[in-house]
Design a binder for this molecule. Sequence first.
Ligand code: ADP
Length: 280
Amino acid sequence: MSEEAQNCNHQCEGCNVEDCASRTGGGIEKFKLHELTKVKKTIAVISGKGGVGKSMVTSLLAVSLNNAKHGAAILDADVTGPSIPQAFGVQGKQIYGDDNGIFAAKSKNDISIMSANLLVETPTTPLIWRGPMIASLVQQMYTTVIFGEKEFLLIDMPPGTGDVPLTVFQSIHVDGVIVVASPQELVSMVVEKSVNMAKTMNIPILGLIENMAYAKCPHCGEKLDIFGAGDLNKVAEQYGVPLLGELPIDPKLARLVDEGKIEEYSEHYLDKAVEVIEKL
Ligand code: ADP
């Protein structure tokens, strides 16, 4: 550690020192994946707040990577709003364990999935827990669950920039971050906070995906800017991150998620994001 890093005052703004504890994880040792889990790269999907489609984008990226013959696994770390199992139609009874550990559930097309929602009695049982317990559960899922041999592990992160995402980021090795935002967040400072969190943690930001960017008229196909047309490139430039794609509000997608059949979605809105992940 450089001398400058040792004298770190934890004020990251305006400081270019790369190897200080504040940037490399606050000196906290990283947790290790289970010895039977082998992944090449870990991607965290984040958003400034809940409900913008972070889980949707995580699921679609996993589906696309899997369809492109890269094995994919998902760790659903959005413990208080877990929606991944529903999208893939996986259930708690698929989870089992032996002396080696707990095995992740498998989707129809063999995506490994672990979510706190698969551990509760019924999918509607809420986990009414405080932050430190939630972070600890995520760390436990990360270390004790067997995801198998997969090229990519996608982590659907808890939303926001509070203590839970921060603790998870500090304790898990992440190779790149994808930021999801809906048009409204793009014009507020919510996205900027997420981007700054990743920058402060020194994690490479792969890019920004705009969800619910527009809707298509079912009759004439016209693009409708429900939340207004933003200048996305300008926004991406402002944050200094590449724009990786736009996902429209798609009733077909919502229906497939409700039916647990997201793997049947065949549109290619996230191809650019997939290309960037493939090159990691
Ligand atoms: P988050 O993970 O950010 O909390 P979700 O991915 O769970 O958000 O999405 C919130 C809701 O919006 C879910 O019911 C999801 O099915 C729906 N949704 C998200 N993105 C789209 C989209 N592009 N088209 C249609 N429905 C969507």
